[in-house]
Write a protein that binds this ligand. Structure first.
Ligand code: SF4
Length: 380
């Protein structure tokens, strides 16, 4: 993928460091008449050492350290609520200013620690089963706000823990905010930065077909929120299908597979009486045969006013078994974080008050310390 042109200038107020790819930072320093190798040094201090106090960046010259605060800020979106589920899932609520907030969810499993990240405040896709979809798009996040979710969550891990995977499956449609999403991926995968593997990053889309090529071009994984076995049902639960139907969506998926050699992950939410019949399981297998894929089935997580119900466990099992019997590569997703309202499709920008959950902002999970990080105070 092409590096983005830096949108930075020498005379302006300090630029947020987390908005800059390494190439951006080099160009910025060059525009200021500074040596470009300084960019690798600063990247290393911030991402590898988690040092944002310029006085501690000891391999920079004293005069450069004195100047640096005029050029760069290291502000992160403040965490205004941090909840932990009985199953170990953690939810972070970030203040995005002007009374807006987004959530990110950290999901532990045996072999990985996955951060589900948000790309927008609200969402215009209006998927019927999704809590976020009930709120219209308020604004698209910037690259630094996306990277910031990752940094804030990382900074609260216990020593020795590391986020291994990122999924863009939080609030918002990532392909409705391509510039910031793909820039944040460049930042997080840079060798001098967090050095995350592109293969451990998944971008999930509801099906903005004309933008789907970007996912393959960025070298990251594609997930498609499918949720129906035919156009009639998909039109009903996902209005975007009226614009780009299943045929167009699947052509884009096949193109991704051809170009990357990877499989697509189809997400399929089981809605009682809507998408959970055995006939639909059979139709789903038939439909997905033309795409190298795996299918994640997700029993619906109920939320107020959704109008849908979660199927009984016996129906979920029967649906799962039918897919397996028909030879599909399928995974029944275990629901995580329901007690803190962090499960799939439950994210919102409203701050929740949950008596059963524990605010752990200052708890023992503090572990790794960040020197001079921002955080804690809501922005206005
Ligand atoms: S499922 Fe995703 S794309 Fe659909 S409304 Fe919710 S956040 Fe938007």
């Amino acid at each position: 993928m092409q590096e983005a042109t830096p949108a930075v200038s020498a005379e302006k107020k300090p630029v947020n460091f987390y908005s800059l790819t390494l190439e951006d930072l080099k160009a910025y320093f060059k525009s200021l008449g500074k040596e470009q190798f300084r960019s690798q040094q600063v990247y290393k201090w911030v991402y590898e050492q988690r040092v944002t106090d310029v006085n501690q960046m000891t391999n920079l010259s004293k005069s450069f350290r004195e100047e640096l605060p005029k050029f760069l800020t290291f502000e992160l979106p403040p965490v205004i609520q941090h909840l932990i589920s009985v199953d170990g899932t953690q939810k972070f609520l970030f203040d995005m200013g002007n009374n807006m907030s987004v959530e990110a969810v950290l999901i532990p499993s045996d072999d990985r620690l996955t951060l589900c990240i948000s790309s927008e405040v609200g969402c215009n896709m209006a998927c019927k089963f999704c809590f976020t979809g009930k709120q219209k798009l308020k604004r698209r996040l910037t690259a630094e706000e996306i990277v910031g979710q990752f940094m804030q969550a990382s900074d609260r891990l216990k020593d020795g823990q590391r986020i291994s995977n990122i999924v863009f499956m939080g609030m918002g449609e990532p392909l409705d905010n391509c510039e910031a999403v793909f820039k944040s991926i460049q930042v997080l995968t840079n060798d001098w930065g967090m050095n995350l593997s592109r293969k451990k990053i998944t971008v999930s889309t509801s099906g903005i077909v004309p933008e789907m090529w970007r996912i393959g071009a960025a070298g990251v994984r594609l997930a498609v929120s499918l949720n129906a076995s035919n156009d009639e049902i998909r039109d009903h639960v996902m209005p975007i299908n009226k614009k780009w139907n299943i045929e167009k969506l699947f052509e884009a998926c096949r193109s991704y597979c051809r170009e990357t050699g990877d499989k697509v992950t189809f997400e399929y939410v089981l809605l009682k009486g809507v998408t959970d019949s055995i006939e639909q399981a059979r139709e789903l297998v038939k439909l997905t045969r033309s795409v190298p894929c795996k299918i994640n089935i997700i029993p619906f997580n109920e939320h107020p006013g959704s109008g849908f119900e979660r199927p009984d466990d016996s129906q979920v099992e029967a649906f799962h078994r039918e897919l397996m019997n028909l030879g599909a590569h399928v995974l029944l997703r275990r629901t995580m974080g329901r007690d803190i309202f962090a499960a799939c499709g439950q994210l919102t920008d409203a701050k929740l008050r949950q008596d059963q959950t524990m605010d752990i902002s200052n708890s023992i999970l503090g572990g790794k310390r960040v020197r001079n990080s921002s955080g804690g105070q809501p922005r206005v």
